[in-house]
Design a protein around this ligand. Structure first.
Ligand SMILES: NC(=O)c1ccc[n+]([C@@H]2O[C@H](COP(=O)([O-])OP(=O)(O)OC[C@H]3O[C@@H](n4cnc5c(N)ncnc54)[C@H](O)[C@@H]3O)[C@@H](O)[C@H]2O)c1
Ligand SMILES: [Zn+2]
Length: 369
């Protein structure tokens, strides 16, 4: 189904801007967008085997029908493959395609594909054009916008990477219809996060509409994706390289979440589920620190529950979680750093919440079984 296309601009720095297009069926316009970048080019569509199975054929057919010389690289699925091997595959493939024409990368997949293909585009010949075409809710509202690219090393996540903005972000909501329900739900945690840190009105809208979001062709979904992208674009515009403490707000709930993912096992909690519990912990810590009102805390818990996301921690202890937090790369200064809420829609960075409060917040969420 083709509906109206929503358009936003990201302005990461003076004189630089790129559009985000959001709509149903808009991937069909990919050839036009490619032509606008270059009249004479070869294209590498990078995807993974899941997305490939559902969506690659029509995309490749459409490109070749438009006379565009395009090939596809289908990577194996999952975070485990966001590694040096996959990066090498992409850049070697690019080298094989390289001739007198321009080379363009299309990152067609979730955050794993987006980060890998983005980094390959950033580094091949010191930078070639990139189109981000995200296919998970998380990638639509978060990873495809803002230019963070890279891959993991055995020593840690995202250790190799760069900032590299795409020429265009093309969000076709129709691709989300094949996304497994738990992946959609996982992305919903990040959607809620935007309301919590920067937009009280959006949070209130989610309170009314969250159950309608999973329909891939619903107006509430398109509106929510647009709002999240607008917030992310604003944050990136103020702090492209994550050095001014503005982009750090996007880590709301994530200090807790990373510890929960690591301590409870990545199979127990998806990233979004861990973020959901993490956001409740961060909200609770904000209340304990004398900022967030108890009524707001209840609203946050209710919305997370309504989204079907978890609010309990199973399979770890407070001490273990604190140990993981202290090992987190963001604590190199020796202090635990948290994003707290003054109220719904206003976040700030706090360097020193007392350990006893962190422990109390965790204990309240942990269930033993
Ligand atoms: N660059 C950034 O700013 C940024 C921000 C947040 C997260 N990330 C990164 O994003 C990654 C997580 O992204 P993700 O959650 O999209 O994970 P993912 O890319 O692994 O996708 C999740 C799963 O959904 C499948 N999938 C994707 N689209 C599908 C579709 N339309 N239909 C059916 N299946 C589909 C994938 O094959 C995979 O199994 C992490 O590596 C994280 O570090 C980056
Ligand atoms: Zn996240």
């Amino acid at each position: 189904m083709e509906t109206t296309t929503r358009e936003l601009k990201v302005r990461p720095g003076p004189g630089r801007e790129y559009p985000i297009l959001i709509g149903n069926g808009i991937l069909r316009k990919l050839p036009e967008h490619i032509r606008r970048i270059s009249g004479s080019c070869r294209v590498l569509v990078v995807t993974d085997k899941n997305v490939g199975r559902f969506h690659l054929k029509p995309v490749m057919k459409n490109l070749s029908g438009a006379g565009i010389d395009a090939e596809a690289e289908e990577l194996p699925v999952g975070e485990r493959y966001k590694n040096f091997g996959s990066y090498q595959k992409i850049v070697r493939r690019l080298a094989g395609l390289d001739d007198a024409r321009d080379l363009i990368v299309v990152a067609f997949g979730g955050g794993v594909v987006g980060d890998l293909a983005g980094f390959a585009a950033a580094t091949y010949r010191r930078g070639i054009p990139l189109i981000q075409a995200p296919t998970t809710l998380l990638a639509c509202v978060d990873s495809s916008v803002g230019g963070k690219t890279g891959f993991d090393l055995p020593q840690g996540k995202n250790l190799v990477g760069s900032f590299y903005q795409p020429n265009l972000v093309l969000i076709d909501l129709d691709t989300l219809k094949t996304l497994p329900a738990h992946e959609f739900q996982s992305g919903m945690a990040e959607v809620i996060k935007y309301g919590l840190i920067l937009d009280e009105r959006f949070f209130a809208r989610l309170e009314r509409e969250i159950v309608m979001l999973p329909a891939h062709d619903s107006a509430p979904l398109a509106a929510a994706v647009e709002r999240c992208c607008a917030i992310k674009a604003k944050v990136v515009g103020r702090d492209e390289r994550d050095t001014k403490g503005v982009r750090a707000m996007l880590n709301f709930g994530h200090t807790f979440a990373h510890a929960i993912e690591a301590a409870c096992g990545y199979a127990t909690y998806s990233h979004g589920e861990a973020v959901a519990v993490g956001m409740i912990c961060a909200a609770e810590l904000s209340a304990r620190s004398g900022y967030l009102k108890s009524n707001d805390l209840e609203r946050i818990e209710r919305l997370i529950e309504k989204a079907g996301l978890p609010n309990k921690i199973k399979g770890s202890t407070a001490d273990e979680l604190i140990e993981y937090m202290q090992r987190d790369k963001k604590t190199r200064t020796g202090k635990l750093r948290f994003i707290l809420l003054e109220r719904i829609g206003r976040a700030f960075v706090s360097d020193a919440p007392p350990l006893k409060d962190i422990r109390a917040v965790l204990k309240k969420r942990i269930v033993s079984f």
